[in-house]
Ligand binder design. Structure first.
Ligand code: PMP
Length: 429
């Protein structure tokens, strides 16, 4: 495939935008080559500036769970835009989407909307610190919770792709309050509690990790975190930015029957517009201004366009809850197809999957944490990525990402994808 126009557009972008992109992982640095510029998208397909159609396994990194340009969302945005795009004053829409989200997700009484997953996680941590009157937090190596200072310590996703999981600009003072443990390692978490008595405000965790590829929790891991938090007076924060409204209507809390104290959302909840949210039981949420002392705000928070898109998306998921089952089945089908093909090639590999989150690591060691995720052969992944692209399949340009499955994918699309995997991996060394 030829990417003449994308290359020209990227060259122009590089002159005025650092690295030519507004979010690093888009730059293809991890896999080499020129990023693809999108002209439009519909359903499961992207249409790029050079006239190719690609089957999309990123789906805007998750939000497009029902496909691109999903009609009810587009209609809601259009209708709302006619009435004004921002007021900085309350609208009824905010209560409507809040009520629906609370009805769909277990263990939450109140929710506050922000503009991104980063803001949701950042605000959740401040709230946890204010509520518990403690400073320290525990996060897991390879988990990504957005780019706010406290989290850029051994962060996954783009931060790992670029080899700078600890970013300059984060002060030692901030970094010292973020304690690190390996994912799936309960003993390490217990040790941190023992070494920092009465000091840990919260554990923040991706309950199914998706930013070091997909890494599901081992049996007992999340249950153990729940127990430790309850014993130690710390809050358990589930970062469900990726898993929320994807692994079940009620996210991992529902799917694996574990209650978190604070839950963070992003991606699907905004229907493709910039939305994040954090939610908890009333006692915790009432610690927020203007009721309580913990300050958190936003000029565009609860923006009517974003709320209209999010409400249309959540309504669609609420009315057709079989969607979660359908995307699980599609992902299982893809999993089986890829596993059969990869076994035949003899290439060392691990496929991790939970529900509609899936990723391929080119190493046979079971991937259970960041250390084992890093064993994946990156050169092989690069060749795999570019091979798939040549076949018209767009997967994340980094081995540290999960694939995002959309209900708009047909079984024919999945068959084509498996055929492409067969063709591409046959010649991978
Ligand atoms: N948490 C998780 C689990 C994420 O995957 C992401 C984004 N990939 C974020 C937080 C940050 O969200 P945003 O990019 O919307 O700031």
């Amino acid at each position: 495939m030829i990417y003449q126009r994308s290359s020209a557009l990227f060259a122009a972008a590089e002159k005025v935008i650092p690295g030519g992109v507004n979010s690093p992982v888009r730059a293809f640095k991890g896999v080499g080559g020129t990023p693809i510029f999108v002209k439009s998208a519909k359903g499961a397909y992207l249409y790029d500036e050079d006239g190719h159609r690609l089957i999309d396994f990123i789906n805007s990194w998750g939000p497009m769970i029902l496909g691109h340009a999903y009609e009810p969302v587009i209609t809601a945005i259009k209708e709302r835009a006619e009435k004004g795009t921002s007021f900085g004053m309350p609208t009824e829409l905010e209560t409507q989407i809040a009520s629906l989200a609370i009805a769909m997700v277990p263990n939450i009484d109140k929710i506050r909307f922000v503009n991104s997953g980063t803001e949701a996680c950042m605000s959740a941590i401040r709230l946890a610190r204010g509520f518990t009157k403690r400073d320290k937090i525990i996060k897991f190596a390879g988990c990504y919770h957005g780019h706010s200072d406290s989290f850029l310590i051994q962060a996954g996703s783009g931060a790992s792709t670029f080899g700078s999981p600890n970013s300059p600009g984060v002060t030692q003072g901030t970094a010292k309050d973020t304690l690190l443990a390996p994912y799936n390692n309960l003993a390490a978490v217990a040790d941190l509690f023992a070494a920092n008595p009465q000091q840990i405000a919260a554990i923040i965790v991706e309950p199914v990790a998706g930013n070091m590829g997909c890494v599901p929790p081992l049996p007992g891991f999340l249950e153990g975190l729940r127990e430790l938090c309850s014993q130690q007076g710390a809050l358990l924060i589930f970062d469900e930015v990726m898993t929320g409204f994807r692994l079940a209507a009620g996210g991992v809390q529902e799917r694996l029957s574990i209650a978190a104290d604070i839950v963070c959302f992003g991606k699907v909840i905004g229907g493709g517009l910039p939305v994040g949210a954090f939610a908890a039981r009333e006692e915790i949420m009432n610690y927020l201004a203007p009721v309580g002392p913990v300050y958190q705000a936003g000029t565009l928070s609860g923006n009517p366009l974003a709320m209209a898109a999010g409400l249309a998306m959540l309504t669609a998921l609420h009315e057709d809850s079989d969607v979660f089952n359908r995307i699980d089945q599609k992902t299982a089908y893809l999993h089986e197809g890829m596993a059969t093909v990869l076994q035949k090639t003899g290439l060392p590999h691990t496929i991790n999957r939970l529900g509609s989150m899936i990723s391929v690591h080119f190493d046979e060691t079971p991937v259970i944490d960041f250390e084992t995720a890093k064993k994946g052969d990156n050169e092989r992944f690069k060749a795999f990525f570019h091979g798939m692209l040549q076949e018209g399949i767009y997967i994340a340009p980094s081995a540290y990402e999960t694939w995002f499955i959309t209900d708009a994918l047909t079984y024919e699309d999945l068959d084509k994808t498996v055929e492409a995997v067969a063709k591409v991996t046959k010649v991978l060394k």
